[in-house]
Design a protein around this ligand. Structure first.
Ligand code: MN
Length: 278
């Protein structure tokens, strides 16, 4: 198995070294990661200038250091290395739970894999963990679970500090943790942090709930953001032009027309049949 590894904390993060070490037990690993931290960069790509890729090392592995975003790194890495089976992103220094998946560069690297028709797994641990000895066996178990299953094309994984087991979860979307906090620069001018506030209390079965309970959270994701239930609903309640065209075409098919004729009373038929006189 050919495993491409990236992250959003930068190629010299201890998290990516830990991930590369464990992933090496599952196949051939190549690391392609941003040269500096690109956390919270989401799924940005660098389209206004070319990218550079320079050889470096992560642990005992040869690696590529790219002056771009996590999504850039995955696209470039998959292009240059070729025949990638799966992209692993992380191990992020900080959790990526609930609505944070919209901002996460860690998840963006995994999403970029899915966009390329590859498989992507994002892996995050709590900020402040500086020794991965306790998490490595759990990381191994997650990869053992996810990698052999080709139906898992995009998965978001989060590790608590002291895991007690693994659990499948859904995304916690009911609450948003982003907020603006004003501050002052040294000259007394008002400035603003766009930061996060800790959330407590999560719905059972969600990723945030899992972490609160000490579980390793595995959330299968899809790239399709379509709200299927809402789509069916608006087709019915607020038909647009194409809905009407389809309805007309259906009505004017011979079978449909016969069905409609049989349903209608002679009175209503005569109203429909009246042609304006010349
Ligand atoms: Mn990060």
């Amino acid at each position: 198995m050919r495993i491409l590894i990236s992250n959003d904390d930068g190629i010299y993060s201890p998290g990516i070294a830990a991930l590369a070490e464990v992933a090496s037990q599952f196949g051939t690993v190549h690391v392609v990661a941003p040269d500096v931290e690109r956390s919270s960069s989401g799924h940005a790509i660098t389209a206004s200038r070319p990218l550079s890729s320079r050889v470096t090392r992560v642990g005992s592995l040869s690696a590529s250091r790219v002056d771009g975003t996590p999504a850039d790194c995955v696209a470039l890495g998959a292009h240059l290395w070729g025949k990638v089976d799966v992209v692993l992103s992380g191990l992020n220094l900080g959790l990526n739970l609930g609505t944070s998946i919209w901002h996460s560069g860690t998840l963006a690297a995994a999403k970029q894999a899915a966009l390329l028709g590859l498989r992507g797994v994002a892996l995050s641990a709590p900020a402040g963990v500086d020794d991965y000895a306790e998490l490595k066996p759990w990381l191994h178990r997650v990869l053992e679970t996810v990698l052999p299953d080709p139906t898992l094309t995009l998965v978001n994984v989060n590790f608590p500090r002291h895991p007690r087991g693994l659990v499948w979860t859904r995304v916690s979307v009911r609450q948003y943790d982003g907020r603006i906090v004003p501050t002052e620069d040294p000259l007394g001018r008002t400035m603003y942090w766009f930061t996060v506030k800790p959330l407590v209390g999560a719905d059972e079965g969600t990723d945030r709930w899992a972490l609160e309970q000490g579980w390793v959270s595995l959330t299968p994701l899809t790239l399709d953001l379509t709200d299927q239930a809402r789509l069916a609903d608006v087709h019915r309640r607020r038909p647009l032009d194409e809905d009407r065209a389809v309805a007309m075409a259906t009505r004017s098919s011979p079978d449909q027309a016969r069905a409609v004729r049989e349903d209608e009373t002679p009175a209503s038929l005569s109203q429909v049949a009246v042609e304006p006189e010349e």
